[in-house]
Design a protein around this ligand. Structure first.
Ligand code: ARG
Length: 566
């Protein structure tokens, strides 16, 4: 149940009955749920209109509202807030079983999307992590999520790479793929040759022409490069525990055949104009500083296409072929203008009418020095290096904390903790701002970190082990007695509404904040309410079990594993 929504709707119905229709009830986060922010939500104006004191309006609304079975106590406080105490019965019942209100709704999530010319870099991390968490949450709510990895696999940059591969392949017939084992080096070599060797540069340009003409052997070489580069990506996804699979890849090249048709269609709709030989769309809403409209180029004067053109084809494909109702682009904030133009272009062309296209931007990942983040190894930005460093650091932490773990267990825990820390540090911040990547902070066992939550989970498991309790055998509803038990149960009951909030805002930090509050509520409960030796043992074990389940489910939706011992 979405507790927040349920309470708000019932109060709003009460308000409507007493003449204050349309005044929203804002349900706050505390045990005493308040009908908040009196002035801003128009309650004050409504009271005035009705000739009532705000407190009296609040009282009438409570009297009129049907709060049976959901609220135990209800009173007017302060200038006219409504303070609710959620019914014990309801809290006891609320468990981790989530409802799936968005069954069947098709949502496309466009995330990760590295450029395949190089190996995945640190700056691909945020889109990959955020997009994956969002996709999982939407699925938990019943959406049919279609992941789309819109990789950069086309464009002039591939000319030199394929030309280099051609040369190496000719020099040593089986040497081609091992030369590609280190993609970074291969890329650097190809770039250097392009700069210094004019004959090579000519061959590289010819490759671009051949690629565009669909020359089969050239395409086969290009495929070879792309497949290899993709296998590197999937190694990263595996290391990272990200749910992207080869079948989710639909790169820029997949739209090549649609581009001529798109241009013809835009032309038929009267949207195209010529500017310096290029085919452009002029949209009134995009004016430069001089007040002149800045054109969106869809085809260059040499016939080549741009990022925009491909994205427009992809947008149409997602609306028409994938039947998406919502398309989420999890892309760097620096591309905001691109997406505003893209969506405006789509609207003008009549593509995806009624579909919600949403760019959800995120800021940069900075090092402690405030500059773009670099890894320890050679100060590079290779993503795989960063992940290896995360696991190595976590292993040290785990060894200190629990030296008895055997080596295999230690590896598993180090991986869960290290990768979890990297993901959580990113997900727990409001994604729209830049964030500072700080190993020490993300691996801390105190505070809003993955290790803290994983530790809370492990602590509950060791409690079960100590008491010889099989958590799956626990069932029923707990009786709540102490305030700490109430607080914990209330927090447990708010899981569903948190997921819905993440789905609506595409902001995973709400789920992190929720889990942190849950772990904190659990710690307070645990400190003041003995479990194993108490008369209320069964009730408290149930609360422990639901907490553990919610922690692991919530972390799982963020793509983070839990471990029984750490
Ligand atoms: N490959 C692009 C880049 O690295 C990101 C693609 C984002 N998705 C899209 N549909 N434009 O900049």
């Amino acid at each position: 149940m979405n507790l927040r929504k349920e309470l708000a709707e019932r109060l709003e119905a009460g308000l409507a009955q007493v003449g204050a229709k349309g005044v929203p009830a804002i349900v706050g986060p505390a045990t005493r749920l308040e009908f908040g922010d009196y002035q801003a939500n128009g309650a004050l104006a409504a009271a005035k209109r009705l000739g009532l004191k705000p407190r009296d309006l609040a009282q009438r609304a409570i009297d009129a509202a049907d709060l049976d079975g959901i609220v135990d106590r209800c009173e007017v406080t302060g200038p006219g807030f409504i303070s609710l105490t959620v019914a014990d019965e309801l809290l006891a019942e609320a468990s981790t079983t989530t409802t799936r209100p968005q069954i069947g709704r098709v949502v496309v999530v466009d995330y990760s999307h590295p450029n395949l010319a190089k190996e995945m870099q640190v700056h691909h991390l945020r889109s990959t992590i955020i997009g994956d968490a969002v996709a999982r949450v939407l699925e938990a709510l019943g959406c049919e999520v279609i992941r789309q990895n819109h990789v950069g696999d086309w464009g002039t940059g591939f000319g030199r790479l394929v030309a280099h591969l051609n040369d190496i392949g000719a020099a040593a017939h089986s040497g081609g793929s091992s030369a590609l084992a280190d993609l970074e080096r291969f890329y650097a070599e190809a770039s250097a040759r392009f700069e210094t060797d004019p004959a090579f540069a000519d061959r590289a340009r010819q490759v671009v022409v051949d690629l565009q003409a669909g020359d089969p052997p050239t395409l086969a070489r290009w495929r070879q490069y792309i497949d290899l580069s993709l296998s590197h990506c999937h190694a990263v996804y595996d290391a990272l525990g990200v749910s992207l699979k080869p079948e989710h890849v639909r790169g820029e090249s997949a739209y090549n055949d649609d581009l001529d048709g798109i241009v013809a269609d835009l032309d038929a709709k009267g949207l195209l104009a010529e500017s310096d030989g290029a085919r452009c769309v002029f949209l009134d809403e995009f004016k430069g500083k001089d007040g002149k409209v800045v054109p969106v180029i869809v085809r260059k004067s040499d016939g080549g296409y741009l990022y925009h053109s491909t994205d427009l084809a992809a947008l149409r494909y997602r609306a028409d072929k994938l039947r998406a109702k919502r398309v989420l682009y999890i892309v760097d904030a620096r591309q905001s203008l691109h997406f505003r133009q893209l969506f405006a272009l789509a609207e003008a062309a009549g593509y995806g009418t009624g579909v919600s296209f949403e760019h959800h931007p995120f800021g940069a990942m900075l090092g402690a020095d405030g500059r773009p983040f670099k890894t320890r190894r050679g100060g590079g930005t290779r993503l795989l290096d960063l992940l290896q460093e995360a696991t190595a650091r976590a292993r040290k932490l785990v060894r200190k904390k629990n030296p008895e773990l055997d080596s295999a267990a230690m590896d598993a825990v180090a991986r869960a903790v290290g990768i979890g820390a990297v993901k959580y540090a990113d997900l727990s911040k409001n994604r729209t701002s830049d964030y500072v990547f700080d190993w020490q902070a993300m691996l801390a066992l105190e505070g809003n970190t993955a290790p803290y939550l994983q530790y809370a989970y492990a602590r509950i498991q060791s409690l079960f082990a100590k008491g010889g309790v099989d958590p799956s055998s626990l069932s029923g509803k707990p009786t709540l007695r102490e305030p700490e038990e109430h607080a914990l149960a209330l927090q447990l009951a708010r899981f569903q509404e948190t997921l819905e909030q993440v789905a609506a805002t595409v902001m995973p930090h709400h789920l992190c904040a929720y889990l942190y509050d849950l772990a904190s509520a659990f710690m307070r409960f645990y400190e003041s309410c003995p479990v194993l030796g108490s008369d209320a043992r069964d009730d408290r074990l149930l609360l422990c079990q639901r907490t553990a389940e919610t922690l692991s489910k919530g972390l799982g939706l963020l793509g983070i594993d839990t471990v029984d011992r750490m």
